[in-house]
Design a protein around this ligand. Structure first.
Ligand SMILES: Nc1ncnc2c1ncn2[C@@H]1O[C@H](COP(=O)(O)OP(=O)(O)OP(=O)(O)O)[C@@H](O)[C@H]1O
Ligand SMILES: [Mg+2]
Length: 333
């Protein structure tokens, strides 16, 4: 169980590797991500194409098992559940919204919205009025009997949002929810998210490459190549993020520096902490040869294998895995 009662989602150091026999080998899509979302919070993950957004969302929502690391949903660790328990936890806790509304083509709007309740064993005649009420609320009351192919993209997305809300989820996971919409319809859908966020205590995690989509969220996390590189609050001017950049130190103590900050520091290397004060860290570059790994009773050594892809370091003292780029941890000798 999680120690914070109002935490709806927590991921600890998740890695995900897509295994492949193709020439370009395995793809490491997530490299040790940790994130925590509390009830009612809206968080955006912003990153370019291929940075791992969809992979992250699937791992967080229990649609895919990460290669390493753990995910807790509403205080329950998903990796420990049987298939049936996992489906049940998902049904009771999360809803997904994808770029394409993914409606069932042969069902009209109201039956698409009612579907998750019917899946839970609720009778259609009980589920339908609830579905109608949600469609009314989302401005789709007049289109309840339209089939998906008869609805516009924006209307289909509203139906998908109603379907996501009907189970009263604690968390909505959305993958590029406005990606298939024109800018005006996209703003309308965002406005809808904003209202839902203000009036209910459902939490949102939204992944997108579009900063505007992130604008109703309290926080946005920047994802690059499977790592979080920065966190921004809503009070920042999205035209100029460099002024207000924050760095995240996660609860394993890991800091990930954005490439420009790393460059500003003079590149990778070893650093000494000359002083440690609360909320303040002084780093001073040291020569490689001044550094030795301590050998006391509790001595730590560099791990012989990569925790993510199992690469064998074979006696080298590399700090980063040449296969997947993950940092090499220290372990008890
Ligand atoms: N099924 C898969 N098999 C192999 N590699 C995959 C698979 N799915 C994704 N990848 C790779 O994993 C990395 C992350 O992909 P992901 O789909 O999570 O990115 P994304 O940020 O959602 O991108 P986009 O904005 O284009 O949707 C990419 O390098 C991608 O090529
Ligand atoms: Mg994607």
């Amino acid at each position: 169980m999680s120690d914070k009662p109002n935490e709806i989602l927590r991921a600890n150091s998740i890695y995900h590797i897509y295994e492949s026999n193709a020439e370009d080998g395995n793809v490491v899509a997530l490299r040790g991500l940790s994130v925590s979302i509390t009830e009612g919070e809206a968080v955006a993950v912003v990153g370019p194409s291929g940075s791992g957004k969809s992979t992250l969302l699937k791992c967080l929502g229990g649609l895919m098992k990460p290669s390493a690391g753990s995910v807790e949903l509403a205080g329950t660790r998903m990796t420990r559940l049987t298939g049936k328990q996992l489906v049940r936890l998902r049904q009771e806790t999360v809803s997904f919204i994808f770029q394409d509304a993914n409606l069932l083509p042969h069902l009209n709007a109201i039956d698409n919205v009612a579907q998750p309740l019917i899946h839970q064993g609720i009778l259609a005649r009980k589920a339908r009025p609830k579905a109608q009420a949600l469609l009314d609320k989302l401005g789709m009351g007049e289109r309840s009997y339209g089939l998906p192919e008869e609805l516009s993209g924006g209307e289909q997305q509203r139906v998908a949002i109603a379907r996501a809300l009907i189970t009263n989820p604690k968390l909505i996971l959305a993958d590029e929810p406005t990606g298939a919409l024109d800018p005006i319809t996209s703003r309308e859908v965002l406005q809808l998210f904003k209202e839902l966020h203000e009036e209910s205590d459902v939490a949102f995690l939204l992944v997108t490459h579009n900063r505007e989509v992130a604008s109703f969220c309290e926080r946005s996390l920047e994802l690059r190549e499977g790592r979080f590189i920065a966190q921004h609050g809503t009070d920042v001017d999205i035209g100029d993020l460099s002024e207000s950049r924050e760095l995240i130190i996660d609860d394993t103590g890991t800091i990930t520096l954005p490439p420009d900050v790393l460059l500003g520091l003079g590149g990778p290397g070893r650093f000494e902490m000359s002083e440690i004060d609360r909320d303040l860290l002084h780093l001073e570059r040291v020569d490689e040869d001044k550094v030795s790994v301590s050998t006391g009773n509790n001595s730590m050594v560099l791990s012989p294998n990569c925790p993510a892809c199992k690469y064998d370091y074979a006696g080298s003292d590399d700090q980063l895995c040449p296969e997947c780029g993950s940092s090499r941890p220290m372990i008890q000798s």
